[in-house]
Design a protein around this ligand. Sequence first.
Ligand SMILES: Nc1ncnc2c1ncn2[C@@H]1O[C@H](COP(=O)(O)OP(=O)(O)O)[C@@H](O)[C@H]1O
Ligand SMILES: [Mg+2]
Length: 332
Amino acid sequence: MSALLEIDNLSIGFDTAQGMLLAVDRLSYRVEAGETLGIVGESGSGKSVHALAIAGLLDHPAARILGGSIRFEGRDLRGLSRREWTQIRGRHIGFVFQDPMTALNPLLTIGQQLKAPLKYHLGLSEREARQRCRELLDQVGIGEADKRLRQFPHQLSGGLRQRVLIAMGISLGPKLLIADEATTALDVTVQAQIVDLVMALKAQLGLSLIWISHDLGVVARLADTVQVMYAGRILERGPVDALFYDPRNAYTLGLLRSLPRPERQRLQAIPGQPPDLRTARPGDPFAARNRYATPRCFIEQPPLRQVVEGEAGHLSASWYDLRSIIAREGGI
Ligand SMILES: Nc1ncnc2c1ncn2[C@@H]1O[C@H](COP(=O)(O)OP(=O)(O)O)[C@@H](O)[C@H]1O
Ligand SMILES: [Mg+2]
């Protein structure tokens, strides 16, 4: 059976003055109906660029899809016309992109922004659209709907603006919701409320979810499956517990060790910088920052493959045996 979303060998480059920047490098993964996939990785790992490609919103002509396919319910999205895209976007796949201040138009009221797609896509009348907006605000936990609908984005707190964006993301009844750094700009308490809200909506509406964040802590709270990206590639993927308690990739371990924990005196940030994406990367892209790297890691790119016997869903791209390294060091 075909997956809800299936990305196969997707590569995306940017033409820059210094040459081609390879932002997404032969990315393949699938999302099944009902699944919550968390995607993590440091800034610059290709999370947003590939999400924009799924949304058909890549900035042309600077960005170029160099190869591969993006299929939604078996249909290849790459060949779609602009008009077909507007049908898919919102109706089949909902998006909540980072930074609610720029994602909302400052010059339009919340009501105007929420109503427009309802009228355009669903053909609702002004009255029907307004009623639907009230329901949507209620669904995302915003009270005093009529007052809020008349307000402009700057009159709302960051948390409320994010709730409005979620309302927009689900307003056309998509099957898949993609949220990119949806809680990054918010403080921790509000972040937790938004995560709870999205999880409740997911259950209520039967959504599949891709939650993208640089913060492994947030992703761990909601994902079934976690995928760790680095330099446009997936370095590890597996059930959330497997990645937390039995990581097999040194980059995942680095992210885990940089999470704040009560018993830890200080955070251990991953030393070094992500690689320059404009140059060819023959080996493991993380090798240069990995103190466990073997000579082979610098020469040959490890394939993403099953690493634990009997755990078909746990994949890592690594040549070294992280398990024995962790055991030697006395734990994660
Ligand atoms: N418009 C653009 N022009 C050139 N390079 C870009 C552009 N947008 C993103 N990139 C580059 O693509 C890479 C991946 O970026 P992005 O997907 O935004 O990372 P993140 O994982 O933080 O979301 C980065 O190196 C970034 O600098
Ligand atoms: Mg991003």
